[in-house]
Write a protein that binds this ligand. Structure first.
Ligand code: ADP
Ligand code: ZN
Length: 593
């Protein structure tokens, strides 16, 4: 382990392992076949990169995303590690150089896309592959949405190479996918590591859709000059929102699977390389976004499940610095997601599981207290209130919702469980609309019993009743029905609290909040100067800025103000190689500012 720690500092420039890294590295160095589940941003790549340096032969890394491979190879090379990638987009001269390096055993790590595996088998056979690392290992599972048929060939290729050691990595949490990976990639049960799902640097917030465009513009404006992602449920919305943001002077770009390939690629590159780009995107933009300094992720619409939510917000703040998340949702979103699940031709069992995953997300959305606690409980972790979510910062007032919910449920029941929300609210409020009188619903005992709330508040209450599982909505006609749980509530066997605040659309927050200034005002000019130098070097080298130094390294530099190379070596993320290449350049900047 001491040797690994040494490499951690001298090559990668880090003082400590992140949670889980030390255990995983030591198991891989010890020769075990490993399946590691770590949250996005947890630092999975280091878990195979470091062991690769501690062994003879070549480590073959299988990764589904070309952009991601490119960045990782660039980052490794900056750290003085012999690494290369072979993909469909590798230029011929670079490919020839890589092949020559391979033949002479000069590479420690080779990144390869799964679809190249078949054609590369001959090549790899002579390369003494001693470790295969599989990134995004959930791509092997047909359950998931990221299934890649080529991943199924990994076993074949491994056998062909004389069965080298195997390490697989993923951020996907659920047990089903985990088992699937173990069964399809490994021949015996792998040593499995499951590490913390908490991402304490992410601020968690949900809000009702009020004026959602305004809410998103405000969020982007609070993060002016920083990178962010705004996920939308439809392509049309992606494009509209990008236009709206652009009109407000925000550097927004759209991304969805319907755009031509080269446009998508260009936008993805700009997001990676420029500062301050806000990507409005469908979930097609995701896997492979390994930009560490994304400062916010927003959902303009409710994500599909708690897993999707977790993975998508996980793309913010991978550098460990504070990052902001905001999820907007309304009753329409919940219905849309339910309908999407019901409309697939998946087996009934699968649909039930998907509904439960959506319910888990709704429980977070309507949580009466700490959102992170609710989220972590779902992943099987216990924790106290986090202090870094909207509910910890502004504990919501709860009111007894049992009686209002009983009124709403009884309105459904007495009208035959086939009417929509507006009709039911009209009955509760005692409004004799044409439709209400036409059906004689103004004669019902429930007519006019719900005047404690106005129309908007009733809509909020219905959403919470629905989210809590007391009512269901017919996906085709929008009629509200009572569930078995709802009957218990109606009988008075269970109680129900309503969050008073979510009965109304959220007020748009005006104040600037959460992401604390990264350095004191005194150090800010120096940080700016360091960033400018980094930008210059990155442009020269045609790599994203963070490949030169992460934000965190620059912040550390601006705060410590090292004056000598020795002091510079103490800075976060400064390994020997970067010290040699960039140490003096950045020491100069510090001296002159
Ligand atoms: P993921 O698990 O999502 O693949 P990465 O491997 O891309 O995460 O790592 C996320 C970020 O964390 C990267 O910028 C990486 O350089 C950084 N990182 C990894 N390990 C450490 C560590 N021990 N200390 C500090 N930063 C680290
Ligand atoms: Zn909290």
């Amino acid at each position: 382990m001491n040797q690994s720690r040494e490499l951690l500092k001298t090559v990668f420039g880090y003082d400590d392992f992140r949670p889980g890294q030390a255990e995983i590295v030591s198991a891989i160095v010890g020769g075990e076949n490993v399946l590691a589940i770590m949250p996005t941003g947890g630092g999975k790549s280091l878990c195979y990169q470091l062991p690769a340096l501690r062994r003879d032969g070549l480590t073959l890394v299988i990764s589904p995303l070309i952009a991601l491979m490119r960045d990782q190879v660039a980052a490794l090379r900056q750290n003085g590690v012999a690494a290369a990638a072979l993909t469909s987009s590798t230029p011929p001269d670079e490919r020839d150089a890589t092949l020559a390096d391979l033949r002479q055993g000069r590479l420690k790590l080779l990144y390869m896309a799964p679809e190249r595996l078949g054609s590369a088998a001959d090549l790899l056979r002579g390369c003494n592959v001693t470790l295969i690392a599989v990134d995004e290992a959930h791509c092997v599972s047909q359950w998931g949405h990221d299934f890649r048929p080529d991943y199924l060939r990994i076993g074949e290729v491994r056998a062909d190479l004389g069965h080298p050691q195997l390490a697989a990595f993923t951020a996907t949490a659920d047990a089903e996918t985990r088992n699937d990976i173990a069964a399809r990639l490994f021949d015996a049960e792998p040593r499995t590591f499951l590490f913390g799902f908490d991402r304490p640097n992410l601020f968690l917030a949900f809000a009702n859709k009020g004026n959602s465009t305004r809410q998103l513009i405000d969020l982007a404006a609070r993060h002016h000059g920083e990178s962010g992602i705004i996920y939308c449920a439809s392509r049309r919305k992606v494009e509209q929102l990008a236009e709206t943001l652009q009109a407000k002077g925000i550097n927004a770009l759209p991304y969805h699977a319907g755009l031509p390939h080269d446009v998508r690629q260009a936008h993805q590159d700009r997001f990676a390389e420029e500062e301050g780009v806000v990507m409005t995107a469908t979930v097609a933009f995701g896997m492979g976004v390994d930009k560490p300094d994304v400062r916010f992720v927003a959902h303009a619409d409710l994500p599909a499940s708690v897993e999707a939510y977790y993975q998508e917000i996980g793309r913010a703040g991978r550098d460990g610095l504070p990052a902001d998340t905001l999820t907007l949702y309304g009753l329409e979103d919940i219905r849309l997601r339910r309908r999407q699940i019901d409309e697939t031709d998946a087996p009934a069992e699968r649909k039930r599981a998907d509904h439960l995953k959506l319910n888990a997300l709704l429980a977070i959305a309507e949580a009466p207290r700490c959102r992170r606690q609710t989220l972590l409980t779902y992943f099987g972790e216990n924790s106290g209130p986090c202090g870094n979510c909207d509910l910890c910062q502004n504990p919501p007032a709860l009111i007894d919702g049992t009686v209002p919910a009983q009124k709403a449920l009884s309105a459904m029941l007495r009208t035959g469980e086939r009417f929509g929300i507006e009709h039911l609210i009209a009955i509760l409020l005692g409004e004799a609309t044409d439709r209400v009188t036409q059906f004689g619903h103004d004669k019902l005992p429930t007519f006019g019993v719900g005047t404690e709330f106005d129309k908007a508040q009733w809509r909020g209450a219905f959403r919470q009743i629905y989210a809590a599982g007391f009512a269901a909505v017919d996906p085709e006609y929008g009629g509200w029905k009572i569930t078995p749980e709802g009957r218990e509530l109606l009988r008075g066997d269970v109680e129900f609290s309503l969050r008073a605040d979510t009965l109304k659309p959220a007020k748009v927050r005006k104040e600037r909040r959460t992401v604390a200034a990264q350095v004191s005002t005194e150090d800010a000019p120096l940080l700016e100067a360091l960033k400018a130098k980094r930008r210059e070097l990155a442009e020269e080298a045609h790599v994203p800025a963070y490949v030169i130094f992460a934000d965190r390294s620059l912040i550390d530099m601006a705060t410590r103000r090292p004056a000598t190379r020795k002091e510079m070596a103490e800075v976060h993320g400064v390994g020997q190689r970067k010290l040699q290449r960039f140490g003096d350049i950045f020491l100069d900047v510090i001296r002159n500012n």
